[in-house]
Every structure is written in structure tokens, then in C-alpha cells.
Design a protein around this ligand. Sequence first.
Ligand SMILES: *Cc1c(COP(=O)(O)O)cnc(C)c1O
Length: 399
Amino acid sequence: MNYTFLPRTWARIDLDALTHNYQVIRKRLHPGTRMMAVVKADAYGHGVKYVAPLLDRLGAEQFAVSNIEEAMQLRALSIKKPILILGYTPPYLAKTLAQHEISQTVFDSEYAAALSRHAAADGVTVRMHIKIDTGMGRLGFIHHDLQDCDAIEQIRSICKLPGLAREGIFTHFASSDLDGDQDGSFTRRQFDLFCDVIDRLKQDGITFCLRHCCNSAATLRNPEMQLDMVRPGIILYGMEPSSALRNVADLRPAMTLQSVISMVKDLHPGDSVSYGRTYTAQHEIRAATIPIGYADGYPRSLSNNGYILIRGQKAPIIGRVCMDQTVVDVTGIPKVKEGDEVLLFGSDANGTLPVEEYSALCGTVNYETVCLVGKRVPRIYYENGRQAGQLNYVYNARL
Ligand SMILES: *Cc1c(COP(=O)(O)O)cnc(C)c1O
């Protein structure tokens, strides 16, 4: 077998799927609505080094990340477009933000004052997007009631601060994926509160070029809420924001997690498997060891619980998932041997184990699953059916 990468455990990333998903989303946007591609957390584990330049080429107008290191990583990848940091940046980094033209989320008066002080002292201007908390309860000027004036007054005064340039205003939906909001009424209320802030600031002559609130779920469900820009994340990678949004768009999952068989052996009644001896063979079985464990992001919660696919057939996990290895029962799957490829989630030529089904077995959601694929797992990229590159976080040379 000839591999251009180490055939131990790897994540296959389908760049054609990413392109397809980008185009599906773009078709749903009103003319003029911008797309801010959310590429935080290493592009949801897909490898921002390959994902961001592709989305840049496809025409994404802006990028969103969670912190300044991720923003600087994009600049180092020669991404010249606007970048917004959605989370916290220590205010003393005002100069770095300004120099690299990175926009910062400003979420309360105290933070605005500190950022302004540092920017003014360094003689720079930081671009800001003001965040409104309309019900997420995380970051943002709190506006939970149409009667309230606090947020409006505070924003009015921070807009006068030196060293800060007003660029955008946004909010984030808590349940646009319908979890805890079956009829979408909470999202609608958040949207109304957000529009209320925008309208009242406008009456004071304070306007924003970039008003945005739609995450993936709202981008698909609420086209009337697109405003100037949308912030899709999970759907770019081809996954559904929640089970309630299954099949609302023709998305293609971009990531598949694969591994190989390292050893096959026969176990006899009474033989136990792995730490803690939580599995004991009741009859003759054939077991296979796979070189993947929780250090690769293969969660221990799958112990005696999940399964993998070998040539499309289910092989249940037996015993505990270890740091580097996992054992599966391959009884009844013919001719299993060392070196055979196996599927942990995603699709191969013989079958599919949807990341959502896998995540449910782990007690989590697709978002966490892809983010947790370990940095020990190389990402192998495919485009036009051909390998187009690879990303090795540990050892970056050909073996
Ligand atoms: C992560 C994030 C998004 C993207 O969310 P998806 O559900 O993946 O589309 C959008 N906006 C903010 C503020 C976020 O933190």
C-alpha cells in the first residue's frame, strides 16, 4: 500500500465539500449580504491553514475568530480581509489590533474605556464591533427589555471615546437551533431587541455599517434576519446546527476520521480487554486493536458503547478506550487483517457513520466532536478527488 501520509490515524478533509457548502450558503444570502466565515478553533478542527485560504478564494468577505492568536494566524496566512475577534483580548494589545487591522468585539463600558485608553496612549485606532446581549447571557451590553435605556446610553458614550472606530454591531442567538425554542419565538424576541438598540441609536445619529446576528441556524431558518452580514460556522463544514435542522440544506460533511487495524487476535471465554477489565469475552470472539485513543480525541465515553465501521460493517468497541488504543469486536466480519482501513466517523467508499450519530454515542454534539479531534491526528486534504495537501501538527516531514 502506498500512502503519501502516515497511515496510523488521520482526518480526511474534503475541500470540495467545503466549496459546495460555501456555495449553498451563498445562494441563500440576499444580494449584498456579506458572509463572515467563522473559522475559530482551527476552523472547527478542520485546519484553518487550508480552510481559510479556500474560503478567501471563494469570496467570503470577512472572517471571525475567537482570539487574537487565531487572528494573527490568519494574517500570517496572508488573509488580508477584515477579521473580527468574537471574544476577549487584553486591552494592552490595542496597538497590535490596530497595526494588523483586526477588529475587536467590545462588550461593556469598562472594557471599552480600557481599550480606548491603550489605543489613545499608543496613538492608534482600534476598529470595534459592539456586542449586544439580547438573551445569550454571555458577552455584551445587556438589553433584555424593550423599555431599558442602559445599553443605549452606555453605547452612546463609548462611541465618543478616542481611539475606537465604530465598525459593526452584533448579537448572538441562544437557541436559533430550536433547542429550548421550538417555535422560534425566543430568537424572534432577540432579533427585535437587537433591532430596537439599532433603531434607537440611529435616532441619535449613531449608525453602523455592519449589523449582524445570524449564526448557521438563523442563516438557514431566518433569511429576514440577515441584515448586512451573516456569521455561519458549522454549516460551512457541512454539519447541521441541530437535529431539528436536519436536511434543511444540501450540506456535505467535510471531515472523516479514519484509522487502521494494528492487530487481530482471537479471544477465548473469560479473556478480558483493556484497563479495568470492563469487558470479558463470553464466547470465542475475534478482536482487533485500532491505534486511536482519547489523546487523538477519540473519547473514553465510547468505552463498551460505540462502534466503528470496517468495510461498512459495524464493529463494536469492547473495553475501555485508552490514551492511544481501542479494541473492537470484529467477529463475523470476514478477512479482517493488519493494515486494513477503518472508519471512526464520516464516510468511506463502503459506508457512513454520521458525525451526529457518533456524537450522540459520546454524549455530545458534532461541534465538540470535530473541535476535539487531536492535534496528533494529521489532516489530509482532498480536492477534485485528489490529495491536495496535509497538515501535520506533530512532525511535519515525509516518512
Ligand atoms: C461560533 C459563533 C458563530 C458560529 O456559530 P455556528 O452555530 O457554528 O454557525 C457565530 N457567532 C458567534 C458570536 C460565535 O461565537
